[in-house]
Design a binder for this molecule. Structure first.
Ligand SMILES: C[S@@+](CC[C@H](N)C(=O)[O-])C[C@H]1O[C@@H](n2cnc3c(N)ncnc32)[C@H](O)[C@@H]1O
Length: 429
Protein backbone atom coordinates (compact mmCIF):
# COMPACT_ATOMS: atom_id res chain seq x y z
CA UNK A 1 0.00 0.00 0.00
CA UNK A 2 2.86 2.39 0.87
CA UNK A 3 4.43 1.79 -2.54
CA UNK A 4 1.04 2.21 -4.25
CA UNK A 5 0.50 5.57 -2.49
CA UNK A 6 3.97 6.70 -3.59
CA UNK A 7 3.08 5.69 -7.18
CA UNK A 8 -0.13 7.75 -6.96
CA UNK A 9 1.87 10.78 -5.83
CA UNK A 10 4.34 10.25 -8.69
CA UNK A 11 1.43 10.04 -11.15
CA UNK A 12 0.00 13.30 -9.79
CA UNK A 13 3.38 14.99 -10.26
CA UNK A 14 3.66 13.64 -13.84
CA UNK A 15 0.19 15.03 -14.58
CA UNK A 16 1.41 18.44 -13.43
CA UNK A 17 4.43 18.11 -15.69
CA UNK A 18 2.21 17.54 -18.76
CA UNK A 19 0.24 20.72 -18.09
CA UNK A 20 3.01 22.79 -19.65
CA UNK A 21 3.36 24.91 -16.49
CA UNK A 22 6.90 24.58 -15.11
CA UNK A 23 7.17 23.58 -11.46
CA UNK A 24 10.49 23.63 -9.61
CA UNK A 25 12.25 20.43 -8.56
CA UNK A 26 11.98 21.48 -4.91
CA UNK A 27 8.19 21.78 -5.09
CA UNK A 28 7.66 18.57 -7.08
CA UNK A 29 9.94 16.89 -4.51
CA UNK A 30 7.62 18.04 -1.72
CA UNK A 31 4.52 16.84 -3.63
CA UNK A 32 6.14 13.41 -4.03
CA UNK A 33 6.77 13.10 -0.28
CA UNK A 34 3.87 14.75 1.61
CA UNK A 35 0.91 12.32 1.87
CA UNK A 36 -2.10 14.37 0.68
CA UNK A 37 -4.52 11.52 1.48
CA UNK A 38 -3.78 11.90 5.20
CA UNK A 39 -5.11 15.47 4.98
CA UNK A 40 -8.32 14.24 3.35
CA UNK A 41 -9.57 11.43 5.58
CA UNK A 42 -12.77 9.95 4.21
CA UNK A 43 -11.65 10.56 0.60
CA UNK A 44 -10.35 7.59 -1.42
CA UNK A 45 -6.59 7.97 -2.02
CA UNK A 46 -7.11 7.70 -5.81
CA UNK A 47 -9.23 10.88 -5.60
CA UNK A 48 -6.85 12.61 -3.19
CA UNK A 49 -4.04 12.18 -5.75
CA UNK A 50 -5.88 13.72 -8.68
CA UNK A 51 -5.10 17.28 -9.68
CA UNK A 52 -8.40 18.49 -8.25
CA UNK A 53 -9.57 20.86 -5.55
CA UNK A 54 -11.60 18.93 -2.97
CA UNK A 55 -14.27 20.81 -1.04
CA UNK A 56 -14.28 19.74 2.61
CA UNK A 57 -16.89 22.13 4.05
CA UNK A 58 -19.87 24.16 2.82
CA UNK A 59 -21.84 27.01 4.38
CA UNK A 60 -25.64 27.06 4.83
CA UNK A 61 -26.02 28.52 1.29
CA UNK A 62 -24.13 25.57 -0.21
CA UNK A 63 -21.08 27.67 -1.09
CA UNK A 64 -17.70 26.06 -0.17
CA UNK A 65 -16.08 27.42 3.00
CA UNK A 66 -13.03 25.12 3.14
CA UNK A 67 -11.16 22.83 0.78
CA UNK A 68 -7.86 21.32 -0.22
CA UNK A 69 -6.86 23.48 -3.18
CA UNK A 70 -5.96 22.09 -6.60
CA UNK A 71 -2.37 20.74 -6.41
CA UNK A 72 -1.37 22.55 -9.64
CA UNK A 73 -2.19 26.02 -8.32
CA UNK A 74 -0.64 25.13 -4.95
CA UNK A 75 2.58 24.20 -6.75
CA UNK A 76 2.54 27.42 -8.80
CA UNK A 77 2.00 29.52 -5.69
CA UNK A 78 4.71 27.71 -3.74
CA UNK A 79 7.08 28.57 -6.58
CA UNK A 80 5.88 32.17 -6.46
CA UNK A 81 6.68 32.16 -2.74
CA UNK A 82 10.31 31.06 -3.36
CA UNK A 83 10.75 29.13 -0.13
CA UNK A 84 14.21 28.17 1.12
CA UNK A 85 15.43 26.07 4.05
CA UNK A 86 15.41 27.86 7.39
CA UNK A 87 12.72 30.42 6.54
CA UNK A 88 9.85 31.49 8.80
CA UNK A 89 6.49 31.26 7.02
CA UNK A 90 2.95 32.38 7.83
CA UNK A 91 -0.06 30.93 5.99
CA UNK A 92 -3.56 32.46 6.09
CA UNK A 93 -6.10 29.66 5.50
CA UNK A 94 -4.95 26.38 7.12
CA UNK A 95 -7.79 24.34 5.57
CA UNK A 96 -6.74 20.69 5.67
CA UNK A 97 -3.13 21.56 6.65
CA UNK A 98 -1.72 20.00 3.44
CA UNK A 99 -0.13 23.20 2.10
CA UNK A 100 1.39 23.90 5.53
CA UNK A 101 2.97 20.43 5.43
CA UNK A 102 4.39 21.06 1.93
CA UNK A 103 5.86 24.34 3.19
CA UNK A 104 7.32 22.65 6.29
CA UNK A 105 8.98 20.11 4.01
CA UNK A 106 10.43 22.97 1.93
CA UNK A 107 11.76 25.09 4.84
CA UNK A 108 13.15 22.00 6.60
CA UNK A 109 14.01 21.32 10.23
CA UNK A 110 15.41 24.84 10.78
CA UNK A 111 12.39 26.63 9.30
CA UNK A 112 9.06 27.37 10.97
CA UNK A 113 5.51 27.34 9.62
CA UNK A 114 2.50 28.97 11.28
CA UNK A 115 -0.92 28.49 9.70
CA UNK A 116 -4.10 30.33 10.71
CA UNK A 117 -7.76 29.43 10.05
CA UNK A 118 -10.85 31.39 10.98
CA UNK A 119 -12.87 28.23 11.60
CA UNK A 120 -11.81 26.62 14.92
CA UNK A 121 -13.02 23.16 13.82
CA UNK A 122 -11.04 23.40 10.58
CA UNK A 123 -7.97 24.52 12.55
CA UNK A 124 -8.32 21.60 14.99
CA UNK A 125 -8.62 19.13 12.12
CA UNK A 126 -5.62 20.66 10.33
CA UNK A 127 -3.53 20.22 13.50
CA UNK A 128 -4.66 16.59 13.79
CA UNK A 129 -3.83 15.88 10.12
CA UNK A 130 -0.40 17.49 10.48
CA UNK A 131 0.37 15.36 13.54
CA UNK A 132 -0.69 12.12 11.81
CA UNK A 133 1.27 12.99 8.65
CA UNK A 134 4.46 13.67 10.63
CA UNK A 135 4.50 17.47 10.78
CA UNK A 136 3.59 18.17 14.44
CA UNK A 137 5.98 21.17 14.58
CA UNK A 138 3.67 23.29 12.39
CA UNK A 139 1.83 25.79 14.60
CA UNK A 140 -1.91 25.91 13.85
CA UNK A 141 -3.85 28.91 15.13
CA UNK A 142 -7.63 29.39 15.17
CA UNK A 143 -8.10 33.11 14.53
CA UNK A 144 -8.98 35.72 11.92
CA UNK A 145 -5.97 35.72 9.60
CA UNK A 146 -6.45 39.45 8.99
CA UNK A 147 -4.36 40.00 12.14
CA UNK A 148 -1.54 37.75 10.95
CA UNK A 149 0.12 36.08 13.92
CA UNK A 150 2.33 38.62 15.71
CA UNK A 151 3.79 36.04 18.15
CA UNK A 152 5.68 34.34 15.32
CA UNK A 153 6.78 37.52 13.48
CA UNK A 154 8.82 38.58 11.63
CA UNK A 155 8.19 36.20 8.70
CA UNK A 156 10.35 35.76 5.62
CA UNK A 157 7.32 34.64 3.65
CA UNK A 158 3.54 35.10 3.99
CA UNK A 159 0.99 33.28 1.83
CA UNK A 160 -2.80 33.50 1.75
CA UNK A 161 -4.53 30.38 0.42
CA UNK A 162 -7.89 32.12 0.50
CA UNK A 163 -9.02 34.90 -1.84
CA UNK A 164 -8.34 38.43 -0.59
CA UNK A 165 -9.36 41.82 -1.90
CA UNK A 166 -6.95 43.86 0.23
CA UNK A 167 -3.56 43.58 1.93
CA UNK A 168 -3.97 43.50 5.72
CA UNK A 169 -1.67 46.06 7.39
CA UNK A 170 -0.69 43.32 9.90
CA UNK A 171 0.77 41.13 7.11
CA UNK A 172 2.97 43.87 5.74
CA UNK A 173 4.07 44.86 9.26
CA UNK A 174 4.94 41.23 10.13
CA UNK A 175 6.98 40.63 6.96
CA UNK A 176 10.76 40.84 7.48
CA UNK A 177 12.87 43.18 5.32
CA UNK A 178 13.38 41.48 1.93
CA UNK A 179 10.24 39.38 2.54
CA UNK A 180 7.74 38.24 -0.07
CA UNK A 181 3.97 37.88 0.21
CA UNK A 182 1.80 35.81 -2.16
CA UNK A 183 -1.97 36.36 -2.21
CA UNK A 184 -4.91 35.38 -4.45
CA UNK A 185 -5.99 38.97 -5.10
CA UNK A 186 -9.43 39.92 -6.36
CA UNK A 187 -9.17 42.53 -9.13
CA UNK A 188 -12.83 43.47 -9.59
CA UNK A 189 -13.95 39.85 -9.72
CA UNK A 190 -10.93 38.51 -11.65
CA UNK A 191 -8.63 36.69 -9.24
CA UNK A 192 -4.85 36.58 -9.66
CA UNK A 193 -2.16 35.08 -7.46
CA UNK A 194 0.30 37.93 -6.97
CA UNK A 195 3.77 37.76 -5.40
CA UNK A 196 4.57 41.18 -3.93
CA UNK A 197 7.89 42.51 -2.72
CA UNK A 198 8.71 45.95 -1.33
CA UNK A 199 9.41 48.43 -4.12
CA UNK A 200 12.51 50.59 -3.48
CA UNK A 201 10.51 53.45 -5.05
CA UNK A 202 7.75 53.04 -2.41
CA UNK A 203 4.85 50.65 -1.91
CA UNK A 204 4.86 47.02 -3.09
CA UNK A 205 5.46 45.71 -6.60
CA UNK A 206 4.27 42.46 -8.19
CA UNK A 207 7.07 40.07 -9.16
CA UNK A 208 4.79 37.39 -10.58
CA UNK A 209 1.08 37.34 -11.50
CA UNK A 210 -0.84 34.15 -12.44
CA UNK A 211 -4.55 33.31 -12.79
CA UNK A 212 -6.16 31.43 -9.89
CA UNK A 213 -9.56 30.78 -8.33
CA UNK A 214 -9.90 30.59 -4.54
CA UNK A 215 -12.88 30.85 -2.23
CA UNK A 216 -13.06 34.28 -0.60
CA UNK A 217 -11.79 35.32 2.79
CA UNK A 218 -14.35 35.79 5.55
CA UNK A 219 -13.99 37.82 8.76
CA UNK A 220 -12.87 41.43 9.16
CA UNK A 221 -11.05 41.58 5.81
CA UNK A 222 -13.92 40.08 3.75
CA UNK A 223 -14.26 41.85 0.41
CA UNK A 224 -17.30 43.63 -1.04
CA UNK A 225 -18.10 40.89 -3.62
CA UNK A 226 -21.38 39.00 -3.26
CA UNK A 227 -22.65 35.86 -4.93
CA UNK A 228 -26.41 35.65 -5.31
CA UNK A 229 -28.53 32.74 -6.41
CA UNK A 230 -31.79 33.31 -8.24
CA UNK A 231 -35.07 31.91 -6.88
CA UNK A 232 -36.21 30.46 -10.22
CA UNK A 233 -32.87 28.91 -11.15
CA UNK A 234 -31.33 27.79 -7.82
CA UNK A 235 -28.22 26.51 -9.60
CA UNK A 236 -27.62 29.87 -11.26
CA UNK A 237 -25.22 32.16 -9.36
CA UNK A 238 -24.23 35.74 -10.09
CA UNK A 239 -21.03 37.11 -8.56
CA UNK A 240 -20.74 40.88 -8.52
CA UNK A 241 -17.32 42.10 -7.40
CA UNK A 242 -18.67 45.31 -5.86
CA UNK A 243 -21.64 43.59 -4.20
CA UNK A 244 -24.26 45.77 -5.99
CA UNK A 245 -27.76 44.79 -4.85
CA UNK A 246 -29.11 43.80 -8.30
CA UNK A 247 -32.38 41.86 -8.36
CA UNK A 248 -31.13 38.49 -9.59
CA UNK A 249 -34.63 37.06 -9.92
CA UNK A 250 -35.47 39.72 -12.54
CA UNK A 251 -32.19 38.95 -14.33
CA UNK A 252 -32.92 35.21 -14.13
CA UNK A 253 -36.33 35.73 -15.75
CA UNK A 254 -34.79 37.84 -18.54
CA UNK A 255 -32.76 34.73 -19.41
CA UNK A 256 -35.96 33.00 -20.52
CA UNK A 257 -36.56 35.67 -23.21
CA UNK A 258 -34.84 35.57 -26.61
CA UNK A 259 -31.36 37.11 -26.65
CA UNK A 260 -30.01 39.94 -28.81
CA UNK A 261 -26.87 38.33 -30.30
CA UNK A 262 -23.79 40.18 -31.48
CA UNK A 263 -21.05 38.28 -33.30
CA UNK A 264 -17.46 39.45 -32.86
CA UNK A 265 -14.28 38.73 -34.80
CA UNK A 266 -12.45 37.87 -31.56
CA UNK A 267 -11.17 34.31 -31.32
CA UNK A 268 -10.83 33.20 -27.71
CA UNK A 269 -11.58 30.24 -25.44
CA UNK A 270 -11.61 29.33 -21.75
CA UNK A 271 -7.84 29.79 -21.53
CA UNK A 272 -8.18 33.47 -22.50
CA UNK A 273 -11.34 34.01 -20.45
CA UNK A 274 -9.63 32.79 -17.27
CA UNK A 275 -6.48 34.70 -18.16
CA UNK A 276 -5.89 38.01 -19.94
CA UNK A 277 -9.33 38.58 -21.45
CA UNK A 278 -11.09 38.16 -18.08
CA UNK A 279 -8.67 40.57 -16.45
CA UNK A 280 -9.04 43.08 -19.29
CA UNK A 281 -12.82 43.09 -18.95
CA UNK A 282 -12.64 43.42 -15.17
CA UNK A 283 -10.22 46.33 -15.33
CA UNK A 284 -12.07 48.21 -18.06
CA UNK A 285 -15.72 47.65 -17.13
CA UNK A 286 -16.87 48.44 -13.58
CA UNK A 287 -20.27 46.77 -14.16
CA UNK A 288 -18.68 43.33 -14.77
CA UNK A 289 -20.08 40.23 -13.13
CA UNK A 290 -19.59 36.47 -13.42
CA UNK A 291 -22.61 34.26 -14.10
CA UNK A 292 -22.42 30.51 -13.54
CA UNK A 293 -24.71 27.50 -13.48
CA UNK A 294 -23.89 24.17 -11.86
CA UNK A 295 -24.99 20.96 -13.51
CA UNK A 296 -26.64 20.58 -16.90
CA UNK A 297 -27.54 24.20 -17.75
CA UNK A 298 -31.20 25.05 -18.01
CA UNK A 299 -30.50 28.58 -19.25
CA UNK A 300 -29.68 28.72 -22.98
CA UNK A 301 -27.04 31.42 -22.38
CA UNK A 302 -25.21 29.18 -19.89
CA UNK A 303 -25.26 26.21 -22.26
CA UNK A 304 -23.17 28.46 -24.51
CA UNK A 305 -20.94 29.74 -21.67
CA UNK A 306 -17.32 30.02 -22.86
CA UNK A 307 -15.87 28.66 -19.57
CA UNK A 308 -16.30 25.30 -17.88
CA UNK A 309 -14.94 24.35 -14.45
CA UNK A 310 -15.93 20.72 -14.02
CA UNK A 311 -19.75 20.76 -13.81
CA UNK A 312 -19.93 24.55 -13.64
CA UNK A 313 -20.68 26.62 -16.76
CA UNK A 314 -19.12 30.07 -16.43
CA UNK A 315 -19.49 33.31 -18.37
CA UNK A 316 -18.81 36.97 -17.68
CA UNK A 317 -20.49 40.17 -18.75
CA UNK A 318 -21.99 43.55 -17.98
CA UNK A 319 -24.87 43.60 -15.49
CA UNK A 320 -27.34 46.42 -14.90
CA UNK A 321 -30.73 46.45 -13.15
CA UNK A 322 -33.05 44.41 -15.43
CA UNK A 323 -30.61 43.96 -18.35
CA UNK A 324 -27.29 42.30 -19.01
CA UNK A 325 -24.96 41.02 -21.74
CA UNK A 326 -22.69 37.97 -21.47
CA UNK A 327 -19.99 36.24 -23.52
CA UNK A 328 -20.98 33.12 -25.44
CA UNK A 329 -19.43 30.49 -27.66
CA UNK A 330 -21.01 29.80 -31.07
CA UNK A 331 -24.37 28.01 -30.92
CA UNK A 332 -23.91 24.22 -30.91
CA UNK A 333 -20.33 24.41 -29.60
CA UNK A 334 -21.03 23.71 -25.93
CA UNK A 335 -19.74 20.19 -25.46
CA UNK A 336 -16.33 20.73 -26.91
CA UNK A 337 -14.13 21.28 -23.91
CA UNK A 338 -13.71 22.03 -20.28
CA UNK A 339 -11.54 24.01 -17.91
CA UNK A 340 -7.80 23.86 -18.78
CA UNK A 341 -7.12 21.75 -15.66
CA UNK A 342 -9.55 19.11 -16.87
CA UNK A 343 -8.02 19.00 -20.30
CA UNK A 344 -4.56 18.45 -18.90
CA UNK A 345 -5.76 15.53 -16.85
CA UNK A 346 -7.07 13.88 -19.95
CA UNK A 347 -3.77 14.58 -21.67
CA UNK A 348 -5.42 16.60 -24.40
CA UNK A 349 -3.94 19.75 -25.79
CA UNK A 350 -5.69 23.08 -25.32
CA UNK A 351 -8.98 23.25 -27.24
CA UNK A 352 -8.93 25.66 -30.16
CA UNK A 353 -10.50 29.02 -29.43
CA UNK A 354 -13.83 29.97 -30.96
CA UNK A 355 -15.38 33.11 -32.32
CA UNK A 356 -16.90 34.88 -29.33
CA UNK A 357 -20.48 36.11 -29.44
CA UNK A 358 -22.24 38.39 -27.01
CA UNK A 359 -25.80 37.70 -25.85
CA UNK A 360 -27.89 40.61 -24.53
CA UNK A 361 -30.96 40.14 -22.31
CA UNK A 362 -33.58 42.52 -20.94
CA UNK A 363 -34.76 45.90 -22.28
CA UNK A 364 -31.19 47.29 -22.67
CA UNK A 365 -29.61 43.95 -23.61
CA UNK A 366 -28.71 45.05 -27.14
CA UNK A 367 -26.96 48.24 -25.91
CA UNK A 368 -24.97 46.30 -23.29
CA UNK A 369 -24.12 43.63 -25.89
CA UNK A 370 -22.66 46.34 -28.16
CA UNK A 371 -20.61 47.73 -25.27
CA UNK A 372 -19.27 44.29 -24.34
CA UNK A 373 -18.43 43.49 -27.97
CA UNK A 374 -16.51 46.80 -28.18
CA UNK A 375 -14.46 45.81 -25.10
CA UNK A 376 -13.55 42.49 -26.74
CA UNK A 377 -12.43 44.27 -29.90
CA UNK A 378 -10.36 46.67 -27.76
CA UNK A 379 -8.58 43.70 -26.10
CA UNK A 380 -7.80 42.33 -29.56
CA UNK A 381 -6.55 45.74 -30.74
CA UNK A 382 -4.30 46.01 -27.64
CA UNK A 383 -2.51 42.80 -28.71
CA UNK A 384 -4.53 40.36 -26.54
CA UNK A 385 -2.55 41.00 -23.32
CA UNK A 386 -2.37 38.03 -20.90
CA UNK A 387 -2.20 38.13 -17.10
CA UNK A 388 1.59 38.02 -17.19
CA UNK A 389 1.58 41.25 -19.21
CA UNK A 390 0.24 43.22 -16.24
CA UNK A 391 2.06 44.51 -13.20
CA UNK A 392 0.38 45.49 -9.97
CA UNK A 393 1.58 48.13 -7.56
CA UNK A 394 0.15 48.25 -4.04
CA UNK A 395 0.25 51.41 -1.93
CA UNK A 396 -0.78 50.93 1.69
CA UNK A 397 -2.91 53.84 2.93
CA UNK A 398 -1.25 55.85 5.60
CA UNK A 399 -4.44 57.51 6.87
CA UNK A 400 -8.09 56.44 6.87
CA UNK A 401 -9.27 58.72 4.06
CA UNK A 402 -6.10 59.18 2.03
CA UNK A 403 -6.42 57.85 -1.49
CA UNK A 404 -3.47 56.59 -3.47
CA UNK A 405 -1.94 57.71 -6.75
CA UNK A 406 -4.21 58.69 -9.64
CA UNK A 407 -4.42 56.43 -12.73
CA UNK A 408 -1.84 57.08 -15.45
CA UNK A 409 -2.48 56.29 -19.11
CA UNK A 410 -3.68 52.67 -19.52
CA UNK A 411 -3.70 52.11 -15.76
CA UNK A 412 -6.60 50.99 -13.57
CA UNK A 413 -6.82 52.06 -9.95
CA UNK A 414 -8.64 49.87 -7.42
CA UNK A 415 -9.24 51.45 -4.03
CA UNK A 416 -9.56 49.16 -1.02
CA UNK A 417 -9.90 50.06 2.67
CA UNK A 418 -6.18 49.55 3.39
CA UNK A 419 -4.54 49.69 -0.04
CA UNK A 420 -4.64 51.42 -3.42
CA UNK A 421 -3.81 48.95 -6.21
CA UNK A 422 -2.60 50.28 -9.56
CA UNK A 423 -2.80 47.71 -12.37
CA UNK A 424 -1.07 48.51 -15.64
CA UNK A 425 0.07 46.66 -18.73
CA UNK A 426 3.80 46.02 -18.71
CA UNK A 427 5.84 48.12 -21.07
CA UNK A 428 6.36 45.76 -24.05
CA UNK A 429 9.97 47.00 -24.45
C1 LIG B 1 -8.94 26.99 0.22
S1 LIG B 1 -8.95 26.72 1.95
C2 LIG B 1 -7.21 26.63 2.29
C3 LIG B 1 -6.56 25.37 1.83
C4 LIG B 1 -5.38 24.95 2.68
N1 LIG B 1 -4.25 25.82 2.54
C5 LIG B 1 -5.00 23.50 2.44
O1 LIG B 1 -3.84 23.22 2.13
O2 LIG B 1 -5.87 22.63 2.61
C6 LIG B 1 -9.32 28.34 2.58
C7 LIG B 1 -9.39 28.39 4.08
O3 LIG B 1 -9.38 29.76 4.47
C8 LIG B 1 -10.10 29.86 5.67
N2 LIG B 1 -10.44 31.27 5.94
C9 LIG B 1 -11.45 32.03 5.43
N3 LIG B 1 -11.39 33.27 5.93
C10 LIG B 1 -10.34 33.30 6.77
C11 LIG B 1 -9.77 34.29 7.63
N4 LIG B 1 -10.29 35.51 7.73
N5 LIG B 1 -8.68 33.95 8.36
C12 LIG B 1 -8.14 32.72 8.30
N6 LIG B 1 -8.64 31.74 7.53
C13 LIG B 1 -9.71 32.02 6.78
C14 LIG B 1 -11.29 28.95 5.45
O4 LIG B 1 -11.88 28.55 6.69
C15 LIG B 1 -10.65 27.79 4.68
O5 LIG B 1 -10.32 26.73 5.53
Amino acid sequence: MVAELARMRDRMVSELATSGQPVSAAVTGALRVVPRHLFLPGIAPELAYRDDAIVTRRGPDGQPTSSSSQPMIMAIMLDQLQLAPGQRVLEIGAGTGYNAALMKHLVGADGTVVTVDLDPEVAAEAAAHLAVAGYPEVTVVAADGADGYPDGAPYDRIIATVGVSDLAPAWLAQLAPGGRIVVPLDLRGSQRSVAFERDPAGGWRSRSVVPCGFMRMRGTLAGPERTRVTGDYPELALMLPDGRPLDVTVLGRALDEPAAERFTRVLAGPAQLFDGLGLWLALNEPRMGVLSETGQPRAAALARAPGRIRDQYVTAGIFEPGSFAVLARPAGDHDRDAHPAERTRRGRTAAPPFQLSVLGYGPDGDILAAQLAALLEAWEAAGRPGTRNFRILAYPRTTEDASGPAAGPGESVIERPHTTFVVAPLDPS
